[in-house]
Write a protein that binds this ligand. Sequence first.
Ligand code: MG
Length: 234
Amino acid sequence: MMIDINDGNDRVVFFDVDDTLLDTSTFAQTARKAAIELMVDNGLPLDKDEAYGVLKTIIREKGSNYGKHFNVLTQVVLGHEDPMLVALGMITYHNVKMALLRPFADTIDTLIYLKSQGYRLAVISNGLTIKQWEKLVRLNVYSFFDEVITSEEVGHKKPDKLIFDVALRKMKGDPEKSVMIGNKFREDALGAINAGMSAILVNSDVTEDDRDFIKKEQLNITIVEKIGDVNTIL
Ligand SMILES: [Mg+2]
């Protein structure tokens, strides 16, 4: 007979990835600026701030998971795609990103702590499944996580309740004993609350209005400064 080591353990901590486990926004910005600098130095006919502005508009329009931002940039600026400039941009972006990619200082200690408290861990992310596993592998934290549930796989994005329901079912988690940890008030915290879980916000974008709403509705959402503070709650 197979022995299920998770048998009876229905306490799950779900994590968001970007800007929760690692400082995605800062390293992406640095990598994009380095890419633009090299493209301009090699003939993209704009000044660096202008080119960065155009790139940001393209990212906003196409989404950050779109794979051809630099192709579109050369098309918009030159009227045609420039393969050499695209390659320069892409490779610089990837090299700089890889050099900078690391977890927040307290991420690994927090994951070890949660495992020691008997929680099982999983990821719920709006993004591409392989890309999110890739980040966990590069950060060398993949072995902490049993599952990565993404909007790509489920077909619905956070804060849709459905992605949280699928994640809970996959992990055999009891919503009342499970927690979502993320940085976005609406996507991570409200989504989890709608699925019957509690939530912890770290590095969050929460506003004064959001704080008032949490208090008024008595929502089970705790706001802490950084991921290392999670051990004061769980
Ligand atoms: Mg995030």
